[in-house]
Write a protein that binds this ligand. Sequence first.
Ligand code: FUB
Length: 340
Amino acid sequence: TNAAPVAFDNPIIRYDTADPTNQKGEIIYTADPAAMVVDDTVYLYTTHDEQFVDGEGYRMYDYRLWTSTDMQRWENKGTVLRYSDFDWARGDAETGNAYAHHVIHRKDESGKSRYYFYATVEGGQTDGEFGFAIGVGVSDSPEGPFTDPRGIPMIRLEDTAEYKDHSWRNIDPAVFIDDDGKAYLYWGNQQLWWVELEPDLVHLKGEQYTVDATGNMQNRDTSDVKIHAVDTLPNFEEAPYVSKHNGIYYLVYAAGFPESIAYATSDSATGPWRYQGVIMPPIENTTTIHPAMFDFNGNTYLAYHSAQLPGGGSYRRSVCIDRVYFNEDGSIKDIVRTSG
Ligand code: FUB
């Protein structure tokens, strides 16, 4: 087997081609990486920016899958989910609005693998108003097809009516399954939200908790949520991602705007979180950065996005990976971007 790479030819995803060296073909813009490791394979699920012409705003219709067994060659598995796979999604040909996602694997009681695709798409409100929601699709293959077992979003804007002023509050789901089997869903924009999931992984179990960037609720009505802010998450913007390394829980997230990657640590998946600082400053040419931290073959990696392909920008981004190195106390050394 090859040694783990320490430098990367970023962006690692460049072309929408079957060539696993990904060095030729038609340029593809990808963003919002979410990594799932099963056995000897890394499954990297990305969003897909289709903003090919000059203009503002996202055009995002489908989710892509790329797999690797050595972190160097990425096999293109194509589209595995579309926003339109959710009956309630309201995106259209103009925008799509298939925002960031997370995919996890778990075996059921009979030992059969199941894959859960949590996605942010627009729609799902009974009043038909604009607002992002989080849905889930389930499959027995990492490549899909994923089907929505509920036919309704897990979380939609109108569930907390007083937040209607912020139509993209419910974005960027990330699920973490703890060692005791309990699963938690984290998400949010400008505030981190989290809730425990039922063992079926498609229903919410308990109350929803939130902590915002300043540790308080900014004068909003808090009657139906619990504040779990013992410490603060400075500049929390979006894209939470929880993982565990050497017994420590890590929450990496996009901070500020343009976004940096910051992180906090905890002794538990439910916090309280201790802010630890910024590990990657904003990247030229893109306002968003969307981190995902994961282990593979004994090493830790950080996936994120830049915008450094030809024609790149805030709405034409590209997925990158670099190594993560820890200090002895568990803190993360500043990430060294090895290219692109
Ligand atoms: O890609 C659309 C949105 O931009 C994601 O949901 C956010 O995390 C940001 O990357």
